[in-house]
Write a protein that binds this ligand. Structure first.
Ligand SMILES: Nc1ncnc2c1ncn2[C@@H]1O[C@H](COP(=O)(O)OP(=O)(O)OP(=O)(O)O)[C@@H](O)[C@H]1O
Length: 232
């Protein structure tokens, strides 16, 4: 057995702000080891984004505990959580979430700045990261000058900036054509294999699911199946 990187126990989340409370997650258990490449699937509304948000500390469960790399994040104060996230978890979202007025260099450099990386080292690291996703020549482009696939690759480079152990990706290919989606998955698989970064990504896309080595299916906020497969 490898090292446990994500360990969720009895995680439940009920959204109570709505007229009728929504039980988005019910007693979810999840155990993921370092270096896994896991797809989170299930019908719309089954709780995938909610679970990713709980693991990434973007929101708190109503009950249950979440450990990330041995740290019980459900116990951390908001400030400690921000710090922990910055150091340990990279996020990739369906809508890319790049800052439109900033260039690729600035979008990625911004994260490094938050980490107080000196300017000279930032520049070097930005170029390294863009090279990893095959976009060195787009260092001075703003998101509006890039294709969807290229924007998402910049978003992956930004997620990698803090050298996270885990990348959580919420439907990263949802807004991409199939060629760009394939390309993004190849980059993610390479980072997983070469740098041992753990990936947990939600998706509806069958071709993306086929690339995973483990597929966890949520139905009505519960784990319905958890299957190890050989990726194509
Ligand atoms: N902030 C919120 N307030 C109230 N209800 C919410 C909130 N966020 C999600 N929900 C509800 O929680 C349930 C799970 O939503 P979630 O977004 O986690 O599902 P999902 O599996 O990611 O769906 P999709 O595949 O459509 O993105 C849904 O019934 C949704 O309507």
């Amino acid at each position: 057995m490898g090292k446990t990187i994500i360990d969720a126990h009895n995680v439940s989340k009920t959204y109570k702000e709505t007229m009728v409370p929504v039980k988005a997650l019910q007693d979810v258990h999840l155990h993921i080891e370092e270096g896994e490449f896991v797809a989170l699937v299930g019908p719309s509304g089954s709780g995938k984004s909610t679970l990713l948000n709980m693991i990434g500390g973007l929101d708190e469960p109503t009950s249950g505990t979440v450990f990330v790399d041995g740290v019980e994040i459900t116990k951390l104060s908001e400030n400690k959580m921000i710090d922990f996230r910055l150091q340990n978890i990279g996020f990739v979202f369906q809508s890319f979430n790049l800052i439109p007025v900033l260039t690729s260099r600035e979008n990625i450099g911004f994260v490094l700045q938050l980490q107080k990386v000196p300017k000279k080292d930032r520049e070097k690291r930005v170029l390294e990261l863009l090279r990893e996703v095959g976009l060195e020549e787009k260092v001075n482009s703003r998101p509006g000058e890039l294709s969807g696939g290229q924007q998402q690759r910049v978003a992956v480079a930004r997620a990698l900036a803090s050298k996270p152990k885990i990348i959580l990706a919420d439907e990263p290919t949802a807004n991409l054509d199939s060629k760009s989606a394939g390309n993004l998955m190849d980059i993610m698989a390479k980072l997983n294999q070469e740098e041992k970064i753990t990936f947990l990504f939600s998706t509806h896309d069958q071709r993306v699911i086929e690339k995973a080595r483990r597929v966890i299916t949520l139905v009505d906020g519960k784990v319905d199946s958890d299957v190890v497969q050989t990726p194509t």
